[in-house]
Ligand binder design. Structure first.
Ligand code: SAH
Length: 206
């Protein structure tokens, strides 16, 4: 399938989404336009074609599926929530792509890959949830794309440096969040989120 960026966004918008996203698990799905934008940039940077990808905390699989549709060789999806795993598998079934879905904790995955693309929990509900994802990513790949709240940029840069990674790119987005409380006046609440690209510094090896 040869896709343009907007073609990818349309394709990803057809995927099944979370039926009942859990706020406690911080299941903030990536919007299809945002996923297409980041994956397109990744492709332009040479991080997609023929690459082995992992999607940690894959949810319904939008990031990994998008990478596969753009030319990645294979993708491992890791997700602990059984309902999300079920939807992720259904989404994958619609395509002829090389995908493996693992239901479990991200720390169970020891397999190395070329690139990790992930939208982890932001750690607002469960402290350091995003830290655990980053540490796992630093262990298993040289290139990482990861979504975080823009306000945590300092933390992301510091932890990357501590693990021998540079932050090479940052893309800013407004994430639409579903109304969670009756007293919220606006229907769609937004939070500022950035996708950071991190690359292992030269001379440092896995
Ligand atoms: N990547 C998806 C989902 C983002 S929400 C998207 O971009 O739309 C984050 C996901 O991480 C949730 O589905 C949540 O269930 C999962 N998750 C949280 N902690 C996890 C862990 N320790 N191991 C595996 N999955 C986890």
């Amino acid at each position: 399938m040869k896709l343009s960026k907007s073609g990818l966004a349309i394709e990803l918008s057809k995927l099944k989404a979370f039926e009942d996203p859990s706020a406690k698990q911080e299941q903030y799905p990536t919007d299809s336009e945002i996923a297409a934008e980041v994956l397109w940039q990744a492709k332009m940077l040479g991080d997609v074609d023929d690459k082995k990808i992992s999607d940690l905390g894959a949810g319904t699989g939008i990031l990994g599926i998008g990478a596969l549709l753009l030319g990645a060789e294979e993708c491992i999806f890791v997700e602990k929530d059984a309902d999300a795993v079920k939807i992720c598998k259904e989404n994958i079934e619609g395509y002829d792509i090389n995908a493996e879905v693992i239901q479990g904790d991200i720390n169970d995955l020891n397999e190395k890959c070329d690139v990790i693309i992930m939208n982890p929990p932001f750690g607002t509900k469960k402290e350091h949830a995003d830290k655990r994802f980053l540490e796992q990513a630093f262990r298993t790949a040289d290139i990482i794309y990861s979504f975080h709240k823009t306000s945590t940029e300092k933390f992301v840069k510091a932890i990357a440096k501590d693990h021998g990674f540079d932050v090479t790119n940052r893309w800013d987005f407004s994430f639409p969040l579903k109304k969670t409380h009756k007293f919220h006046k606006r229907k769609i609440h937004r939070i500022e989120v950035s996708c950071f690209r991190m690359q292992r510094m030269q001379g440092k090896h896995l």
